[in-house]
Design a protein around this ligand. Structure first.
Ligand code: GDP
Length: 364
């Protein structure tokens, strides 16, 4: 599954947020919770539509879809030069698909700030600079090799790699993240195996105290302004409060949320934002045995969508019965949707949409 790495300076609240995200009580009760290693957690993706489908279909069981979060602790100033356990941590970030960058936006004299005082923009710059320097190092190394190769070949792939590397180097040298480089499709493909950290999508998590949760504060305003300049999203969250919420039984949770003026845990917003950041969408299968949510990349076609259930489904894909969950909610049952003529048969070229309910026909 695709995953999101949680990065940030020490003591900004990464572990607090990660632990709340992955605490067994925060998970849907019917999902077999598993921890792959202490720093990787599988998190169920909350989805009201799944609950609504369940109410209408009344299946034996309901299975939400999941995504992974990875707590990447230990990134400090100088990591790209091997400070602390620098290289090891950068390696972990390289292996993630997207980055949640946690920024401290709360004052608390009890919690030491590693860079002297609470200053979110300064913190963001420290982390982003380390990530940028790490990428620059990667690109420099590759440049030396590929420039030589490109001089003595007509191979289009190597040419594309050389021009990608040159463009990326220029962007990084100017202090801008690799994701802002203007690459052609061929260059983009050639650049993929560089695993550049600053090419990954990133969102900011502003960790605030409870008082600033709904109204924000001067720190979150600064982060939001910066994010807007970068075209990035910001999720405001109170890590301390979320870890309290995560400890509650589901029955107590609603009342507690109301008492602090929240409709849902802030973590739900974080999960949804990370899901969008990864460009993921959800489709459903809905039978009387099981109603289930499945995750695919936006743009995935019928066979690829079937493939997340089982590779045999992808190989033997013939077609899929398809309707939108909104139509189910409107008309109340699959039968009624069918009678309205809204159940379609879709083939191999069909691009699956968020909220589709699919039933695959395949050869075994
Ligand atoms: P990490 O080093 O980034 O993983 O930070 P931790 O999650 O270990 O948090 C560092 C300290 O900050 C701990 O003592 C937390 O209890 C505290 N902390 C985390 N989130 C909040 C918050 O929202 N408000 C306050 N006041 N303290 C927090």
């Amino acid at each position: 599954p695709l995953n999101c790495g949680i990065v940030g300076l020490p003591n900004v609240g990464k572990s607090t947020i990660f632990n709340a995200l992955t605490s067994a009580k925060a998970q849907a009760a019917n999902y077999p919770f598993c921890t792959i290693d202490p720093n990787t957690g599988t998190v169920t993706v909350p989805d009201e539509r799944l609950d609504q489908i369940t109410k209408l279909v009344v299946p034996n069981r309901t299975v939400p879809t999941t995504m992974e979060f990875i707590d990447i602790a230990g990134l400090v100033e100088g990591a790209s030069k091997g400070e602390g356990l620098g290289n090891q941590f950068l390696g972990h970030i390289r292996a993630t698909d997207a980055i949640c960058h946690v920024v401290r936006c709360f004052d608390d004299p009890e919690v030491v700030h590693v860079a002297g005082g609470v200053n979110p923009l300064h913190d963001i710059d420290i982390i982003n600079t380390e990530l940028l320097l790490a990428d620059l190092d990667t690109v420099d190394k590759r440049a030396q090799r590929v420039e030589k190769l490109a001089r003595n070949t007509q191979d289009a792939k190597i040419k594309a790699e050389a021009s990608a590397v040159a463009k990326l180097k220029a962007v990084l040298d100017a202090g801008r993240p690799a994701r802002t480089a203007d690459l052609t499709d061929d260059e983009r493909i050639a650049a993929r195996d560089l695993f550049l950290i600053t090419a990954k999508p990133q969102l900011y998590v502003a960790n605030v105290d409870e008082a600033a949760l709904t109204v924000g504060n001067a720190y979150t305003e600064a982060v939001e302004k910066r994010a807007e300049e970068e075209g990035a999203q910001v999720v405001r969250i109170c890590g301390a409060l979320e870890s309290e919420i995560a400890q509650l039984e589901p029955a107590e949770r609603t009342e507690f949320l109301e008492s602090v003026g929240l409709k849902e845990p802030g973590l739900n917003r974080l999960i949804h934002s990370a899901y969008r950041l990864l460009d993921l969408i959800t489709y459903f299968t809905a039978g009387v045995q099981e109603v289930r949510a499945w995750t695919i990349r936006r743009g995935t076609k019928g066979p690829g969508a079937a493939g997340v259930i089982h590779s045999d489904f992808e190989r033997g894909f013939i077609k899929a019965d398809c309707y939108s969950c909104d139509d189910l909610f409107k008309y109340g049952s699959e039968q009624a949707v069918k009678e309205k003529g809204l159940l379609r048969s879709e083939g191999k070229e069909y691009v699956v949409k968020d909220g589709d309910i699919l039933f695959f026909k395949f050869n075994v």
